[in-house]
Design a binder for this molecule. Structure first.
Ligand code: ZN
Length: 274
């Protein structure tokens, strides 16, 4: 970690969250840009981005990604990390296409196959190799997303094969229904499996969001919040905005003696292309 600092990522939209679940979900280009500015002001340095069509459907259209990223860049310096997980049911080719066409600073790389409630996400090792090679080719820093413990070990195969370059940045996605729940013990098990020197951010899905933030701080990791992971501020109370969730993450970090890192500090730390 950066001494005395914490990296807060905001996953503001996701692929599956709907305005019916939280009317403040940013969907249009204007809504995402406004959200980027608000969460940056609240302490987020990375915006994890999925894009939607105007009617709110998830899309992996590189043109849409480009439109949103350029609009965000005109207004603020936040790092944009695009998804390559896509939406449930997207093909690997669709998910990977924006990497070469857009060349984002960061992108997520799912490290295995997993149940997702009644749905499932498929990432075979050969698929992951293809993804990692494309990331490397375009100098895109991966957030290695692990939903189960075996995913951490799968990522280590990619490292051993020379397909990923340090610094390694992980995202532990905990509490997806039918995958690993968040607990201090589970977080510790994931951490123990990391390669030496790797950094990690913790994403607690749904009601695990707040406990996972405290767990991340205690374990020296980073935090991810946002409507992709959780639309509630507290039990039964919807969050007013993504920024409200980021503000709280920054507040509890402050209480732990940590200051949110700026995007440029993160660019240097994670050796982003910039
Ligand atoms: Zn995502």
């Amino acid at each position: 970690m950066i001494d005395g600092k914490i990296i807060i990522t905001c996953a503001c939209t996701g692929a599956e969250t709907t305005k019916a679940q939280n009317p403040a979900l940013p969907v249009t280009v204007e809504e995402v840009v406004r959200t980027a500015m608000e969460v940056r002001a609240a302490g987020a340095s990375i915006l994890h981005l999925h894009v939607r069509t105007d009617d709110g459907k998830p899309t992996a259209d590189p043109g849409r990604f480009k439109e949103v990223i350029e609009a965000v860049r005109r207004k603020c310096d936040i790092i944009v990390e695009i998804t390559t997980g896509g939406a449930v049911g997207d093909t690997p080719e669709e998910r990977l296409r924006p990497i070469g066409l857009i060349g984002p600073e960061m992108a997520s790389l799912d490290c295995g196959t997993v149940n997702f409630g009644d749905e499932f996400i498929v990432n075979t090792l050969p698929t992951m190799r293809t993804f990692a090679a494309e990331f490397r080719k375009h100098k895109v820093r991966a957030t290695l997303e692990c939903f189960d413990l075996g995913h951490v070990y799968a990522s280590r195969i990619l490292i051993k094969e020379g397909l990923l370059e340090a610094p390694y940045h992980y995202g532990f996605v905990l509490n997806v229904p039918a995958a690993a729940p968040y607990s201090v013990a589970n977080l510790e098990a994931f951490c123990q499996a990391l390669p030496e020197g790797a950094d990690f951010t913790v994403m607690g899905i749904g009601r695990a969001s707040l406990p996972a933030q405290f767990g991340a701080i205690a374990r020296g990791g980073q935090i991810r919040v946002g409507f992709e992971d959780n639309v509630f501020f507290s039990k039964g109370v919807l969050a007013k905005s993504n920024a409200e969730l980021v503000e709280r993450a920054a507040r509890i970090s402050h209480e732990a003696g940590l200051v949110p890192a700026t995007p440029d500090e993160v660019r240097k730390y994670l050796k982003l292309r910039g």
